[in-house]
Design a protein around this ligand. Sequence first.
Ligand code: FES
Ligand code: FE2
Length: 359
Amino acid sequence: MPTPHIYSNTAADPASARTLPAAAYHDDTVFQNEMTHVLKAQWLPVARLSEIARPGDYRTTSIAGEVLIVSRDADDAVHVLSGLCRHRAMPVAGGSGNAKSFTCPYHLWRYGLDGKFLSAPAMQNSKVFDPAQCNLPEIRFETWNGWVFANLSGTAPPLTPQLGPLAQRLDRLAVSPADLVTIGHLEFPSPWNWKVMVENFLESYHHIGTHKDSLQQTNPGLGTYAADLDGPFALLENPAKPGAGDAFIAACVFPLAMFFFSEGALPTGGWYEFRNLEKDRFTLRIHLFLPPELATDAGLVELVTENLRTIHMEDIPFCEGVQKGLQSSNYTPGPLSHLEACNWHFHRYLQSRFDQAGV
Ligand code: FES
Ligand SMILES: [Fe+2]
């Protein structure tokens, strides 16, 4: 049965836009609809290709209720697999590494890097055991700018053709995102709804408050602007104060592939990966990128990492405060600034997904 339209107050123009109703952040039905019609139905980032550069490399993740393995087989082919054992649903691998095959730790069923079932002990008496039915299911994927994106439903329109203007913007960076290397990651338990995180990422209005001693000094919030409000992505330009630092772009391939790249003397980048996403929490893993020739400079790696940690630690109390505030019956949707146009665009995107699904 259709639920009341949670995004029904989404305005047709940004000047009339308001925030979402509080229920969008804590209603169970809304979250289930998001899982089915947004997260599982659309493209989600599940790995960087650099993490699975060599045959045998794999990494695991958990998103939208699924456990996934992203692997590169001996023939150099990439696979995205359901990571759950075909016996009793135990994850067959965890973390990341390099392997010749995956052996489920529970009863030692074994699978190839391409998900093909290889062997299982003591199954010879079973009348219903059919090895041909025991491969790990393959999940549809595309690669784009160094990421592996997966579509769990298998029904989303191809991703790359939808991202033309964003790809063109990335092409203008001094170093192509696909050529940057990962220098490490930071991880944060994040007890707030995933949209609170996306909305925080897609506006730099909050530099004037949250980051008044850091980003506001280099990239003043009032000078930021949304560069594109058409495709299934947001692109936020953050010009630098002259002589004070580097400009950067923050972007999100909807619904939740969030990343930034800076321009200028020190081309850094980062990917905010959502893991173990539930209605009111997720684990945030922030991957940091540098050009290969700078990635071996331990002092620089430390500096970039600690800068990013400082920025995110500044964001945490605000995400927590908003999540708590959204539980109150006294909160009604507030008006958005023009500096929050990407959030208006994000809300319209969610509305269009719900409209299409008829929920
Ligand atoms: S659950 Fe994997 S072998 Fe039994
Ligand atoms: Fe922030």
